[in-house]
Design a protein around this ligand. Structure first.
Ligand code: ZN
Length: 313
């Protein structure tokens, strides 16, 4: 009886070892076939990026420009200002670009080797953490129009370009013209080619063109910014001044609110943002990170004019 028990225990141990070895073998085979799959698909992906690989790009952005040397990096950057894009052929409103015109600009950027960047890449470049290659620009869209969802974001995805939309918090309840909170959330989840920042929560009001951000208290600027951060689900990196109107008071308020950058409205090729160590422009003036200029892109502008505005001479 005792001997039988010993044999039984031996048998169980042998069975257990066989089971373990079989399972290990299967796992090795599974791992091996995974590796095969990986080595088979990797070269294909790098030659022909799929939509999936494009949408996961922002997570890798800290390394996107790792190859750009200090000698190659740009020291000034155009920040383009757009508003709306509509499915029309010509426009009477300088702020409303015909879709064809916007698409022609994206095609021009693609054909001529331009790079468009995310908010995080802008922040990292401004702070000297990454180098940007020649022909880099930052595209921005004011007011959070519905066309961001219906026209702009799909085109950015198709051309593998990036842009930033400045949302007015108060306007998210105007679904006929403006993005809703739901639209913003869905775009943030599904389309990494569009970033969202603040055009203030309720300091951009109809019929008030002097810019309320210059009138309210610092505490109100801070509270406004907190509402916008809650809406967008992340700390605000950039505030776009309503109507481009800013003052020392507004700059100080945003500084107190912890907002590192703010964009105004200027025009022309001299209106670029200086990325050099001292952020000093060609006139020797130091740029304020909370009063950075932008290059206005007007409707019906020729592609030659567009090219001129984004070329560093
Ligand atoms: Zn605006």
């Amino acid at each position: 009886m005792k001997q039988d028990n010993k044999n039984l225990i031996k048998l169980i141990i042998i069975m257990a070892i066989i089971c373990f070895l079989t399972a290990s073998g299967v796992m090795l085979l599974v791992n091996h076939s995974d590796q095969d799959k990986h080595t088979e698909t990797t070269p294909v992906q790098s030659e022909h990026p799929t939509t999936d690989s494009v949408t996961t790009l922002p997570d890798q952005h800290s390394t996107r420009f790792a190859h750009v040397t200090d000698a190659e990096k740009i020291t000034r950057l155009p920040i383009l200002m757009y508003h709306d894009v509509q499915d029309i052929t010509t426009s009477n409103d300088g702020n409303v670009l015909p879709k064809e015109q916007f698409e022609a600009q994206l095609q021009y950027l693609k054909n001529n080797g331009f790079t468009t960047i995310t908010v995080q890449e802008f922040v990292d470049a401004y702070n000297g953490k990454i180098n940007l290659p020649p022909k880099t620009l930052l595209m921005t869209f004011d007011d959070g129009f519905q066309s961001i969802k219906t026209i702009v974001a799909p085109l950015l995805q198709a051309y593998d370009m990036y842009a930033t939309s400045f949302i007015i918090g108060d306007y998210i309840h105007r679904p006929d013209w403006h993005l809703t909170a739901d639209d913003i959330q869905q775009l943030q989840t599904n389309n990494k080619h569009i970033n969202f920042e603040s055009h203030t929560y309720n300091l951009h009001q109809d019929g008030v063109s002097k810019g309320l951000i210059n009138e309210v208290t610092t505490a109100e600027i801070i509270a406004d910014n907190e509402k916008m951060a809650a809406l967008l689900g992340h700390p605000i990196q950039i505030v776009c001044y309503p109507f481009g109107a800013y003052s020392d008071h507004a700059i100080e308020g945003l500084s107190q609110a912890g907002v590192p950058f703010a964009f105004a409205i200027h025009s022309g090729t001299s209106s670029w943002t200086y990325l050099n160590d001292t952020h000093t422009n060609s006139a020797g003036e130091q740029q304020d990170p909370r009063a950075l200029p932008r290059v206005r892109i007007n409707a019906n502008m020729s592609i030659e004019t567009f090219a001129e505005l984004i070329t560093d001479n």
